[in-house]
Write a protein that binds this ligand. Structure first.
Ligand SMILES: [Zn+2]
Length: 263
C-alpha cells in the first residue's frame, strides 16, 4: 500500500466521475475506440476530459443526464489529443472552452498537409475547433489550483495528461497510458508515433500519480506484483445474426473491481 489515502479511492472517483469507461479491445474489424470520458468540476463549472466518438453519443448523453448535468453546463473540455475516438462528440458542448496542446495542433496540421500519416486524425478536425475558445498548452498549464495538464509526447506528439494532487495524486492519462498492460510493461500496446518518448512519458506518469485513469481501461493502482482495479465494468457485445435471437448477447466481458496479479 503506497498511501493510507488509497483506502479511499472512491473520493477520487467521486471527483473524476467516469461517464464512459474505456475499453481495451480491438476486433478483426478494427478498433472499438471506446475511450474513457471523465466528468470533473472546475470553479467555472463542469468539465470533461475527452468526449468519445459518434458511436458513444447517445450513451454519453444518457450518462450526463444520470449525473444531473446538461450538455450546456459543460464549460470546459480537455482534449487529450485529436484522434477520432476522443474528439468527435465535441460539438455537443458548444458552451465549453477547450484545452489542447500546441504540439498536437501542429501534428494535426502536418497530418492534414500530408507530411505525416495518421489515419486516426479526422480530416475535418479544424471544423471541430472552428470558432471555439481554445487554450493552447505549450508544455504545462494549470487549469486551476491543484489541477494541471502536461504535454507528454509518444502516442501522438502532443498528448495531454491531467494531474490532480488531492485527495490522492491522480493522472487522467488519455492514451499516454491507454491500459493497464502499458503501465505494467512501460510499452505502448498499439502503433504510436515515438516508442522512446512514450516509454519516458509512461514512466513520468507512474512516478507522479498513484491512481491511474487510463485512456482505454478502468482506473487502477499499480502494485509491485500487478495492480488493483478500482471499478467494475459492464461490457457486452450484442448482435442480430439470423436466425439467432434478436439482440443476442454474443460476448460478455464484464468484470469486477479487484486485485489482478501477474502470473
Ligand atoms: Zn484512443
Amino acid at each position: 500500500m503506497k498511501s493510507d489515502k488509497l483506502r479511499h479511492p472512491s473520493k477520487v472517483l467521486e471527483k473524476f466521475r467516469i461517464l464512459l469507461p474505456g475499453v481495451p479491445a480491438k476486433s478483426n474489424r478494427g478498433w472499438f475506440g471506446y475511450c474513457t470520458v471523465v466528468l470533473f468540476p472546475l470553479k467555472i463549472g463542469w468539465a470533461l476530459f475527452d468526449t468519445g466518438h459518434y458511436s458513444d453519443r447517445d450513451i454519453l448523453l444518457a450518462a450526463l443526464k444520470a449525473a444531473g448535468v446538461d450538455p450546456e453546463e459543460i464549460r470546459h473540455v480537455v482534449l487529450s489529443h485529436l484522434h477520432f475516438d476522443h474528439v468527435l462528440n465535441l460539438p455537443l458542448f458548444r458552451k465549453a472552452s477547450i484545452t489542447i496542446s500546441e504540439a498536437e495542433l501542429n501534428y494535426a496540421r502536418d497530418v492534414t498537409a500530408g507530411r505525416v500519416e495518421d489515419l486516426a486524425v479526422p480530416d475535418f478536425w479544424p471544423v471541430l475547433l472552428k470558432g471555439r475558445d481554445i487554450r493552447i498548452v505549450e508544455d504545462t498549464l494549470v487549469l486551476e489550483e491543484g489541477i494541471e495538464v502536461v504535454t507528454m509526447p509518444g502516442h501522438t506528439p502532443g498528448c495531454l495528461v491531467m494531474f490532480c494532487e488531492e485527495p490522492v495524486p491522480t493522472a487522467v492519462c488519455g492514451d499516454v497510458v491507454k491500459n493497464a498492460w502499458e503501465a505494467v510493461t512501460g510499452e505502448s500496446t498499439s502503433a504510436c508515433v515515438d516508442k522512446h518518448s512514450i516509454r519516458e512519458s509512461i514512466t513520468k506518469v507512474l512516478k507522479r500519480a498513484e491512481i491511474i485513469i487510463p485512456g482505454h481501461d478502468r482506473p487502477f493502482v499499480l502494485r509491485d506484483d500487478g495492480l488493483d482495479y478500482l471499478t467494475a465494468v459492464t461490457w457486452k457485445v450484442h448482435g442480430n445474426f439470423f436466425p439467432g435471437p434478436l439482440n443476442e448477447t454474443l460476448l460478455d466481458l464484464s468484470t469486477q473491481e479487484g486485485v489482478c496479479r501477474k502470473l
